[in-house]
Design a protein around this ligand. Structure first.
Ligand code: SAH
Length: 363
């Protein structure tokens, strides 16, 4: 069963207030100093927002009143509102978040044993054009700011009970994270820094279509983020069809950059492979993929296609998928099949927004 509750969280920020979460910890410290306050006030403010889930500056009782007032005048803690909230029977919750300019992005909370994993977006739409993906159907509208990325974390965090904490972050929502790398890194740094969620980089996974220069740039900062590369095909002919941006890049360059990422960070790279019925699920394609990845310190995560009603792709037959896994394992490549979460809500990312933008589509 699905429940959809239209909700509004805090009132959206008026256009002349800045987003508080656009500031890194250091920048907030500088702002405090510019107000004649001490640096440590920044950590206090951040602790109220991240640790105590407070949305109102007045509630920050250990922050001096004049500083609280200046904070509320100059900044908005939330610039976005929740325009749709879906709950799945398996504990997964999905939000359609409305940004200040009226655009929408999606983000998800998944519960599994002790883990509370959130999936966040980095762009409105996507410019990569993967043929099976709902997020890219309308192209790229714009990058999210650091604050807009963090507000998704805050909205999702506030769905948790007082005893629950976010344990993992996957950057696998709408958009291509490495095409908005600077804003994403500032957001992740803020989560990791004192006063944030104390989120270790090892619990963060960034998923990319595979932009080699950006992967190398990410490797250079040597932060131990987990990298997931969306491969989806074992050769360039098929990948050019499924992931059109590949025609400008090529699988070799993607793999070389991912190898370099592993060498620098020591983090094993995951290769995601959306399994599409009778497009990329044949035994010979599994053998080709095995050959490509054998000997690399890699792990394959097969994602059965999440159907998108507007797109002509389906998930593989169970037998075909089992055979695909078996062949990869025989080639010596560790393989997992992603468990479907939130199957009863619009699980494929980008679908909620698509319906928002194109309300005439069948529901
Ligand atoms: N731009 C990033 C993040 C995309 S979302 C990337 O390409 O990795 C994360 C994963 O979900 C990607 O592997 C993406 O290809 C996959 N995905 C997109 N649409 C899907 C669908 N309908 N079913 C299953 N997986 C999908």
């Amino acid at each position: 069963m699905t429940t959809t509750t239209p909700t509004t969280s805090d009132a959206p920020a008026d256009a002349d207030r800045r987003l508080l979460n656009d500031l890194t910890r250091r920048e907030l410290e500088e702002w405090c100093v510019s107000q004649g306050a001490q640096k440590f006030r920044a950590d206090q403010i951040r602790k109220w927002i991240y640790g105590k889930r407070v949305n109102d500056c007045d509630a920050m009782t250990d922050v001096p009143a004049p500083l609280r007032k200046a904070l509320a005048t100059e900044f908005a803690i939330f610039s976005s509102t929740i325009s749709k909230h879906q709950k799945s029977v398996d504990g997964t919750e999905k939000l359609l978040v409305k940004l200040r300019d009226g655009e929408h992005v999606e983000c998800v909370l998944m519960r599994e044993d002790d883990r509370r994993t959130i999936c966040i977006s980095t762009q409105v739409g996507c410019g990569m054009g993967c043929v099976f993906c709902a997020s890219g159907m309308l192209g790229l509208t714009r990058n999210l700011s650091t604050g807009e990325i963090l507000e998704q974390v805050l909205h999702l965090d506030r769905l948790l009970s007082p005893l629950e904490r976010i344990t993992n972050v996957v950057v696998m929502g709408m958009g291509e994270p490495l095409a908005n790398l600077a804003n994403l890194l500032r957001a992740l740094e803020s989560l990791e820094e004192k006063g944030g969620l104390g989120m270790s980089t090892r619990r963060v996974t960034i998923s990319t279509v595979g932009l080699p220069d950006k992967i190398r740039e990410l490797a250079k900062i040597d932060k131990s983020y987990n990298l997931a590369v969306s491969l989806h095909a074992p050769n360039d002919t098929l990948r050019n069809e499924l992931v059109p941006v590949n025609s400008k890049i090529g699988i070799e360059a993607v793999l070389a950059a991912a190898d370099a990422y592993f060498e620098t960070t020591g983090r094993r790279v995951t290769y995601e492979y959306v399994v599409l019925r009778e497009r990329n699920d044949a035994p010979e394609q599994a053998r080709e993929l095995g050959k490509l990845l054998r000997g690399r310190n890699a792990h394959v995560n097969l994602i059965p296609m999440n159907s998108v009603s507007e797109l002509p792709y389906a998930d593989p037959f169970a037998e075909r998928l089992r055979e695909f896994v078996a062949i990869l394992e025989q080639s010596g490549v560790t393989t997992t099949v992603r468990k479907r979460k939130g199957a009863d809500i619009d699980a494929a990312c980008g679908q909620l927004r698509l319906r928002q933008e194109l309300p005439v589509l069948p529901l």
